[in-house]
Design a binder for this molecule. Structure first.
Ligand code: SAH
Ligand code: F3S
Length: 481
């Protein structure tokens, strides 16, 4: 395999893995969650072996693939807009084929081919290994579709082609699917049942990334804490496993421990944790290993016990507070972030006030906040009425965003005057002369470049901050460099 290093003007390198014998060009782009971005790297790897090198130029592509998101209606609209753009390009390049991957492919299935004339190929998240066959169908002039969900596909045997990589941080997927059935969420329908990837293949990927110079990995899953390896198969079938399988099973905290020990200088992150599945063993493992970053993305969705129940989230606000208190007792400087939904069906002003008071208690470092979007096929769509008006949703959203901003400011101010360790990832968006990276708590830090380079671990003295960024000066390499 040949590596092409594409130096851009700021000296950041984009490593593109290519094969000389490949004659066709693939343009692939991703929308939605980190899992989609990670899946696209698996797809690029499958197609690298199937005759396609990736290109960054849409206009020169033989094949355009878009990895789609269904989580909210707006995400689907964004993809439909993108298809219009492909349509315009196809007028200039009529041989170009267009394929839709990911959650929208799974949700809409053959409807996609009817609704969007430009689409030649529809492939669900568990069918990517079938892509070379499907492409042969397309070449012969037939539409092609595979949206079969799998009980065991984890792509553990595929070595991802790192796309748009800074060569420093990478995603490593560890589970697929989700069994939680939160009533608002389309993911269990589009990504199927939960299954875990063989820990050995995860370790091999982590070791390989270290050899290639990567310095930070994020272990990825819709619900990482429910990772469970007992030799393969669905999580829900674990009860039927043999005694030996049960005795040698690997939990998420075991996996974290294995990764942290295998590569003690690699920074390790993980996402996402559902509070109902997160165990204190995980927190203790984080505390034990310096290279596991002190940061947890711990979405709660609502602060109201009544709404949490309607959402089928299996914990109360009191249990959540207890969890936050324990995390902070074990890891006092742990960064914590949230996802929140306003305007879930029947949400009253009192429920909304409960969300605000929960946020006041936790004072999250940052968060991702959304207005409820009804998704076809979910329990909420079938059993409940989307009765909170768009105006009230927007008003409540603005209130939680403003409160979060206040808390983010409070959190970033706690770092001013202190020294934080930063892994340099890229040039700052706002200034060519500054680097941008993150501290272990996942807060962005910018500072003058001096002689440092991408991939260095640097100690930065924080001088000032905004609600989202710490600004400082490097005072030397950190001991991890
Ligand atoms: N466990 C997942 C969460 C999936 S979706 C993960 O790994 O990220 C990410 C976030 O989108 C959720 O936490 C939730 O806050 C939001 N979300 C999901 N479904 C939604 C809907 N129907 N309307 C609005 N927001 C939604
Ligand atoms: Fe969705 Fe809940 Fe799973 S938000 S991804 S069903 S944990």
């Amino acid at each position: 395999m040949e590596k092409i290093i594409d130096e851009n003007k700021q000296g950041e390198s984009l490593i593109l893995e290519q094969k000389k014998e490949n004659t066709k060009k693939l343009f692939i782009e991703s929308y939605g969650c980190a899992m989609n971005f990670s899946d696209s790297e698996i797809v690029a790897s499958i197609l690298l072996d199937g005759g396609y090198n990736t290109t960054q130029q849409l206009e020169e592509a033989d094949l355009v693939l878009v990895n789609t998101c269904s989580i909210r209606d707006k995400a689907e609209q964004t993809v439909r807009k993108r298809l219009e753009k492909y349509n315009a390009v196809k007028k200039i390049n009529p041989k170009m084929k267009v394929g839709v991957l990911g959650c929208m492919a799974e949700r809409l299935k053959s409807k996609f081919l009817e609704e969007e004339k430009i689409v030649d190929l529809v492939v669900g998240p568990d069918a990517y290994k079938d892509l070379p066959n499907l492409l042969s169908e397309v070449e012969e002039g037939r539409d092609a579709i595979n949206v079969i969900l799998s009980k065991d596909e984890t792509y553990g045997d595929i070595s991802p082609v790192r796309l748009n990589s800074n060569g420093v941080t990478a995603f490593v997927s560890i589970t697929r699917g989700c069994d939680n059935m939160c009533t608002f969420c389309v993911v269990p329908f589009t990504r199927g049942r939960e299954r875990s990837r063989d820990p050995q293949s995860i370790l091999e990927e982590v070791n390989d990334l270290w050899t290639k110079g990567f310095k930070e990995i994020t272990l990825l899953g819709q619900n990482v804490d429910s990772y469970l390896w007992y030799g393969g198969g669905l999580k829900k079938d674990f009860e039927k496993a043999s005694d030996i399988q049960k005795a040698t099973a690997v939990s998420f905290s075991d996996l974290l421990e294995m990764c942290a020990t295998a590569q003690p200088k690699m920074r390790i992150r993980f996402s996402t944790s559902n509070p109902q599945d997160m165990t204190m063993d995980v927190v203790k493992t984080m505390a034990k290993h310096e290279n596991i970053c002190n940061y947890i993305h711990l979405p709660v969705q609502s602060g109201s016990n009544r709404i949490l129940k309607e959402m089928n989230r299996q914990h109360t606000r009191e249990e959540y507070f207890e969890m936050i208190d324990t995390i902070r007792k074990i890891i006092p400087d742990c960064g914590i972030s949230q996802d929140m939904i306003v305007g879930f069906p029947t949400e009253s002003e009192q429920d909304h006030q409960d969300t605000l008071s929960l946020m006041e208690y936790v004072k999250y470092d940052f968060g991702y906040m959304f207005a409820y979007s009804e998704r076809p096929g979910t329990l909420a769509e079938r059993k409940m009425h989307d009765d909170v008006t768009p105006e009230i949703k927007q008003q409540r959203l603005a209130e939680i965003v403003a409160l979060q901003q206040k808390h983010s400011q409070y959190r970033t101010e706690q770092f001013v005057g202190k020294v934080v360790e930063v892994l340099i990832e890229k040039s700052s968006k706002k200034s060519d002369t500054h680097w941008s990276g993150r501290n272990p708590q996942s807060t962005v830090v910018v500072f003058p470049k001096e002689h440092y380079k991408i991939g260095d671990f640097v100690n930065v003295k924080v001088n000032t901050c905004t609600s989202a960024t710490l600004i400082g000066d490097a005072i030397g390499y950190s001991k991890n460099n």
